[in-house]
Design a protein around this ligand. Sequence first.
Ligand SMILES: Nc1ncnc2c1ncn2[C@@H]1O[C@H](COP(=O)(O)OP(=O)(O)OP(=O)(O)O)[C@@H](O)[C@H]1O
Ligand SMILES: [Mg+2]
Length: 332
Amino acid sequence: MTGSAFDIQAAILAKLDQPSLLIDREQISYANEPATKLLGKHIVGSNVRLALRAPSAISAILAKQDSRALVSGIGNDDSVWELNCQLLDKEQRLVIMQDMSAQRSVARVHADFVANASHELRTPLANILGYVETLGDKKAGDDIDVRSRFLGIIQREATRMQSLVSDLMSLSRIEADRHRMPEEAVDLVAICKKVAGEFAEGGELAIDLPPEPIEIRGDDAQLCQMLRNLVDNAIKYGKTDKQVSLSLSITPRGRALLTISDDGEGIPPEHLPRLTERFYRTDPGRSKAEGGTGLGLSIVKHIVSRHRGKLDIASEPDSGTVIEIRLPLIAE
Ligand SMILES: Nc1ncnc2c1ncn2[C@@H]1O[C@H](COP(=O)(O)OP(=O)(O)OP(=O)(O)O)[C@@H](O)[C@H]1O
Ligand SMILES: [Mg+2]
């Protein structure tokens, strides 16, 4: 079978899943189906400058040598495409487009996280450096009151950095393990008792646990950390004179149900969807004043999902917050 070079090229491009174009001088001479879906049928025969509009795409396509470009805003605003442009001969060009949107959004989330984490670490560090410098000054450093006040601040800020670093490390460890379901059998009743014991001093925690063990496949340390974060929030954001309660039971559908509730100020509904995002706080000033990193609920979310569980947060301003976690029991 013989055919013109154009027909052969078009027949090959018709088989590709990526949007692909043939360009003759500046005119689009062929567009495969994915390309017409993305850019519209009318592009065939039209000038590439009009069809694509994005300047970086046009200059890559019309370059005098093979070139690549990363272009956003073709199709819809959030999409990112890599254009691979090749010169077939003096007049003809081939353009194959690769959808990079998914990779880009992962990269963006990653970049945002690094930027946030750096920012969160920089603030206490700047404070520490500032107070150390002032203490180095003879006038302030020799005054006993000033000295002990500043040392207190330095210690608080350093502790803050320490908890940030340890939360960040927890998060990355839990995330690294997220596809590996914990194998060990653990007793949730014992875990609740252990964590409740850590909060026993304040006397703010009421517990309601079944007498017999409730076993799940789990990671003991992570489940303790999950519970600790939730009880800590309930006490921190609950009303000072009210009790926080922690209960454990088995649902009619045969799952372990952990409930942590407080009668505190509650969470305005607009914040609920973003609560488990890293560093998200409804009141950043207050959370920071309490030494919070804003990572607690994000750690909880990751631990629950590693245990194939379900996390529900229900809250109403002024009437309190109820957190429910459902976890699969060990299959009989
Ligand atoms: N029980 C609750 N009642 C009211 N608001 C809450 C409650 N739990 C969490 N929040 C809100 O959700 C935000 C995120 O909670 P998260 O535990 O992730 O961070 P944090 O408590 O600020 O910091 P950390 O947990 O590191 O101490 C909090 O800053 C707070 O605004
Ligand atoms: Mg917290």
